[in-house]
Design a protein around this ligand. Structure first.
Ligand code: PRP
Ligand code: URA
Length: 209
């Protein structure tokens, strides 16, 4: 599992436990998703390219590394992935944002695409795909395929909770990408929901249903 990083930080674990709690309301849920995305993003972006920039300190002039912001794109899978964008933009404010709209058919659990717009050109960018949930892996895998079809090469996928089934599928379909997981859960239930999971992430972020 060398291309998979499972987070092992007490702050992330604590916040994910709060997310799971059915009594956590929409407002707090949203804040937690944003905070977890930022904490995970810190890890996932540790190989972002930097370039030396000349800076004049009060003492002298030096060359010092800065992030080449133009080289990054964050791509949320709608809807729930939207909740993670602000956490990543807090780290890299100059990142471009793409969107991939997918919903799961409630019966077949297959993803259906309804909207896609990516920064153009995308080839040179580090692309961070974000979605809180990786369940069957159908949506994540489809999103990564779409980005590849549009020329994306350096792709990372970040989710807060994954099921073993989804992680296996994403790795099998896209062995070339880096995957970051907040917590690996036990399994999927008969409705393809993650157990113990946190329920429907989109509904909990947006207060629907
Ligand atoms: C959820 C979630 C993922 C997908 C994961 O989205 O945010 O995108 O399900 O399931 P999978 O791994 O089995 O594909 P959903 O389809 O419920 O749409 P929503 O975010 O608009 O609620
Ligand atoms: N989508 C969710 O929001 N939650 C799950 O447990 C599975 C898919």
């Amino acid at each position: 599992m060398s291309n998979v990083t499972i987070m092992n930080h007490p702050l992330i674990k604590h916040k994910i436990s709060m997310l799971r709690n059915e009594n956590t309301g929409t407002n707090e849920f949203r804040t937690l998703v944003e905070e977890i995305a930022m904490l995970m993003g810190y890890e996932a972006l540790r190989d972002l390219p930097t370039e030396d920039v000349e800076i004049k300190t009060p003492i002298e002039t030096c060359k010092s590394p800065m992030i080449s912001g133009k080289k990054m794109a964050v791509v949320p899978i709608l809807r729930a992935g939207l909740g993670m964008v602000s956490g990543i933009l807090a780290l890299v404010p100059s990142a471009k944002v793409g969107h991939i709209g997918l919903y799961r058919d409630p019966k077949t659990h297959e993803p259906h695409e309804y909207y896609c717009k990516l920064p153009d050109p995308i080839e040179q960018r580090t692309i961070l795909v974000v979605d809180p949930m990786l369940a069957t892996g159908g949506s994540g895998s489809e999103a990564v395929s779409f980005i590849k079809q549009h020329g994306g090469k350096n792709i990372k996928f970040m989710c807060i909770i994954a099921a073993p089934e989804g992680l296996e599928r994403l790795q099998k379909d896209h062995p070339d990408i880096q995957i970051y997981v907040g917590q690996l859960d036990r399994c999927l239930n008969e409705n393809a929901y993650i157990c113990p999971g946190l329920g429907d992430a989109g509904d909990r972020i947006f207060g629907t249903k």
